[in-house]
Write a protein that binds this ligand. Structure first.
Ligand SMILES: NC(=O)C1=CN([C@@H]2O[C@H](COP(=O)(O)OP(=O)(O)OC[C@H]3O[C@@H](n4cnc5c(N)ncnc54)[C@H](OP(=O)(O)O)[C@@H]3O)[C@@H](O)[C@H]2O)C=CC1
Ligand SMILES: CC[C@](O)(C(C)=O)C(=O)O
Ligand SMILES: [Mg+2]
Ligand SMILES: [Mg+2]
Length: 329
């Protein structure tokens, strides 16, 4: 059974007198720094002066310093820059200021789990990970609620590592919903699996394959877009709010029968075998090694794939229809 923490289980005792340096002000950094500051914690933001986040973080009321100055001043260094740049930034600006008793904190266990970052033994290493994109972390906090989250401890040098992670989770708004205690390994491997197989990889390929099938058969791209992309959100919202059973209850009996009898022709033994292979590549470090090499080479494969994705017909028709629905300008 997993341990789940709520607001009443957590105090700010372990974090209220500490300086928390949030390194990065992107998707997660902006939301988490702003939530923790609004919850009354001592937050500073560490950024590169030449980058575009600096001005925004200042405009939004944060005390902004260079990454090195922030790391030096902080008791807790919360690393919220892209996973692939964390090791270089850590070695260049953070390692020398990670002195005895400080805490190195993450929102994804990736670099610790795969040992791209190896911190000294005399510090805490913790994780606070919202299970949501950053924009929702901020939006739901401002609405008085939050998103669910995870905490994990990799190293507990001072004996207060878990309470530090939980205090930060509370300040971000995560304990308003519920925070599961996990491990760096479990978070990293399940997060990578989820984003590759379902949330980002699987779902986009399913959408594109279905869209192309309809368009190639002579149906209009507009009809194909509504059917394979637009309505997907409405169905996913039903699953999110009411579970699979609730979704089935809300669609027509015709949709229910058609879906239940046809779905295994799409996701079948071969797809399950591929899922297991993808999981194995995550578990044995092959994916992490491949991603590192891709970065060393300057992301050529990722850039080519980004271009192909942007040029797909679904993006053109999607832009037009999202504008029509008032979702985009
Ligand atoms: N995105 C998400 O919703 C989720 C992310 N996570 C994890 O959170 C962490 C942060 O991810 P995310 O918020 O997506 O990151 P972002 O890509 O949004 O981070 C952007 C920030 O990183 C800074 N940055 C980028 N490159 C560098 C660099 N070379 N040197 C210094 N600063 C740099 C940018 O500064 P500048 O303006 O100067 O370019 C900017 O402030 C990751 O570990 C990720 O796995 C976890 C859960 C969900
Ligand atoms: C689903 C993608 C994610 O894992 C996330 C928002 O949780 C990420 O790395 O961005
Ligand atoms: Mg995730
Ligand atoms: Mg992820």
């Amino acid at each position: 059974m997993v341990k789940i923490y709520y607001d009443n289980d957590v105090t700010y005792d372990a974090v209220k007198d500490k300086v928390i340096a949030v390194i990065g002000y992107g998707s997660q950094g902006r939301a988490q720094a702003s939530n923790m500051k609004d919850s009354g914690l001592n937050v500073i933001v560490g950024l590169r002066p030449e980058g575009k986040s600096w001005k925004l973080a200042v405009e939004e009321g944060h005390e902004v310093k260079t990454i090195e100055e922030a790391a030096k001043e902080a008791d807790i260094i919360h690393l919220l820059i892209p996973d692939e740049v964390q090791p270089t930034v850590y070695r260049k600006y953070i390692e020398k200021h990670l002195t005895e008793g400080k805490t190195l904190s993450f929102s994804h266990g990736y670099n610790i789990h795969y040992k791209f970052i190896v911190p000294p033994e005399n510090v805490n290493v913790t994780m606070v990970a919202p299970k949501s994109p950053g924009a929702m972390v901020r939006k739901t906090y401002l609405e008085g609620f939050g998103v669910p989250g995870l905490v994990a401890v990799y190293q507990d040098y001072t004996g207060e590592a878990l309470n530090i992670a939980l205090g930060m989770a509370k300040a971000i708004g995560l304990t308003r919903v519920g925070v599961i205690e996990t491990t760096f390994r479990e978070e990293t491997e399940t997060d990578l699996f989820g984003e590759q197989v379902v949330l980002c990889g699987g779902v986009t390929e399913l959408i594109k394959a279905a869209f192309e099938t309809l368009v190639e058969a002579g149906y209009s791209p507009e009809m194909a877009y509504f059917e394979t992309c637009h309505e997907l959100k409405l169905i996913v919202d039903l699953i999110y709010q009411k579970g699979l059973k609730g979704m089935w209850e809300n669609v027509s009996n015709t949709a229910e029968y058609g879906g239940l009898t046809r779905r295994k022709r799409i996701i079948n033994e071969e797809s399950r075998k591929a899922m297991k292979e993808i999981l194995k590549e995550i578990q044995d470090g092959r994916f992490a090694k491949e991603w590192s090499l891709e970065n060393i080479a300057g992301k050529p494969h990722l850039n080519a794939l980004r271009r192909l994705e942007e040029e797909h017909e679904i993006e053109k028709v999607g832009k037009k229809l999202r504008k029509m629905c008032g979702l985009e300008k």
